[in-house]
Design a protein around this ligand. Structure first.
Ligand code: GLU
Length: 510
């Protein structure tokens, strides 16, 4: 054993023995009832950062016990969105791992086995109440202006009655006995929290034999050896109930921390129906994963913010380094759309800084163009050569916020070569374009800049006795085949020297 390894090993042993701390294992546990949206992404991200920061493991678990709400394909889509965002689980349905399976519907035997323990020690009981009776209880409560709750009637059934109902196969569920006084608990984000539930005993195994969320969640967190549960604030109300279940099993619970709500900048709630909070919408819109993650982290706390921290689109490594669970705010996080655009611009620039990324960016842009001009795919009029793509990407740095900006209508001339039929007929203009071509050949590429070009074109028209507007109109046609778009000089700048010459040559070789 090398000295370094030996040190690490002894430190681990000392740590475990004296601090009695188990390794950090956290999980993201979405239900596959829809697509990943910003709230879920934030939960996944904070768990991931916490795991990475502590040398722990990040686990993905799919909670699909509510079979009626499961959406076909949602599980695959969730994993795809997570991979896209760079939040890669160490264990999960795709990766596998030592504590699998990682999909709850594949763990039914475990739940069956575990519920027996609670039935045996008296913490859970069979309930034979019919849907009709429960409905009546609900109605009575409503009439009395009370919150409906189960009256725990089946807690008191005689053993013999239960046995005979079970042997008759009467429909039933299993409920967990809640105490009257739930204990306060320490929330890693909110501090000491006490919530009085005032609810009836919750169902833990439904009449179809499937566990409910609460039961499967506790059993899985225990068997997957989860050390910390970081989840949305909407689950805080369930935590006392979960803690009672840990106690009933005689298990040590994980530590709990709840993440505040994410709101729109104006304080209104994000709605799942709003298409624009789905991760997929951002993907399609040309947002880079890191820009999206920075946007989310900007909204809430959770980071040691040194000066200028918020002006940078941070890398994964930096986010991991700066993450600090004690800095998560308890007040709601607000999203600022303009920040998303700023981060995306910064990220594009970061990506362009590294030539290794060029191939990826070029391919991405090529795909976007192909998708944007489907009717031009096969007629050879799309200009997608790597050199052209790189010129455009370089030009675009600091000018655009998203790659999709490059396929806007105004910039269609970049990709679609003008049709030959649009070539110029007027012999005088044609001759001048030929001269222009020859003169421009001697230009340095770096001088292809709109102001210089504009001054030059004015002088050129003047020197050649051409009417400036008519000349510019023809030049626009030759360069873009379009009537509208940016100024001609700007178009030449964006196209760059090579493509400008290409298109000029094209018109008079015709
Ligand atoms: N399945 C729950 C959800 O959809 C998980 C909540 C938790 O993390 O305990 O958010």
């Amino acid at each position: 054993m090398t000295l370094r390894l030996f040190r690490t090993f002894t430190l681990q042993v000392i740590h475990k023995r004296f601090y009695n701390q188990s390794p950090v294992r956290v999980r993201f546990a979405p239900s596959p009832t829809g697509q990943l949206h910003l709230g879920g992404l934030r939960t996944a991200l904070y768990n991931y950062l916490f795991a990475r920061q502590n040398g722990g493991s990040f686990i993905l678990r799919i909670e699909d016990t509510d079979q009626l709400r499961v959406e076909v394909g949602a599980m695959e889509k969730l994993q795809e969105d997570l991979l896209w965002s760079g939040i890669i689980p160490d264990e999960g349905p795709m990766t596998g791992g030592p504590k699998g399976p990682y999909v709850q519907s594949k763990r039914l035997d475990l739940y069956r086995e575990q519920i027996e323990k609670l039935l045996e020690n008296g913490s859970a009981y069979y309930c034979f109440c019919s849907e009709r009776r429960l409905e009546m209880l609900r109605k009575e409560a409503m009439k009395a202006g009370e919150v409906p709750k189960y009256d725990n009637r089946c807690r008191h059934l005689e053993k013999e009655v239960i046995a005979s109902k079970l042997s008759r196969q009467d429909p039933h569920c299993i409920r967990f006995k809640l105490t009257d006084k739930p204990k306060p608990f320490h929330d890693l984000v909110y501090g000491d929290v006490s919530i009085s539930q005032g609810e009836g005993d919750p169902v833990v195994i439904k009449s179809d034999g499937f566990p409910t969320y609460h039961f499967a969640n506790v059993v899985d967190d225990h068997f997957m050896e989860i050390s910390h549960v970081l989840r949305g604030i909407e689950w805080q109300i369930s935590t006392p109930k979960h803690l009672e279940m840990y106690q009933a099993f005689g298990w040590t619970p994980p530590q709990f921390g709840h993440l505040p709500l994410i709101l729109n900048a104006d304080g209104t709630k994000l709605s799942k129906r709003q298409g624009d909070i789905k991760v997929e919408s951002f993907r399609k819109d040309g947002i880079f994963p890191l820009a999206l993650l920075n946007y989310i982290t900007y909204a809430g706390g959770g980071f040691r913010r040194t000066e200028g921290f918020q002006d940078v689109c941070h890398t994964y490594a930096n986010l991991i380094k700066q993450f600090d669970i004690s800095k998560i705010n308890t007040s709601s996080s607000k999203l600022h759309h303009d920040k998303l655009m700023e981060f995306n611009k910064l990220e594009l620039s970061n990506l362009l800084d590294d030539t290794n990324n060029m191939g990826f960016l070029v391919r991405k842009l090529q795909d976007m163009v192909l998708e944007a001009f489907p009717d031009r795919r096969n007629d050879g009029s799309l200009q997608l050569d790597d050199h052209h793509m790189i010129t455009i990407l370089e030009w675009a740095r600091d000018r655009i916020t998203k790659l999709t900006d490059l396929i806007s209508k105004d910039l269609a001339f970049l990709w679609v070569a003008p049709r030959l039929s649009k070539a110029i007929e007027d012999p005088e203009i044609l001759a001048s374009l030929r001269t222009l071509y020859t003169e421009l050949q001697n230009w340095e590429r770096s001088n292809f800049e709109r102001h210089q070009l504009n001054d030059y074109l004015k002088k050129f028209a003047n020197d050649n006795g051409l009417k400036f507007p008519a000349f510019m109109k023809s030049l626009r046609t030759v360069l873009s085949g379009l009537q509208h778009g940016p100024s001609v000089a700007e178009m030449m700048e964006i196209l760059g020297k090579d493509k400008t010459l290409d298109r000029l040559k094209h018109c008079h070789s015709h």
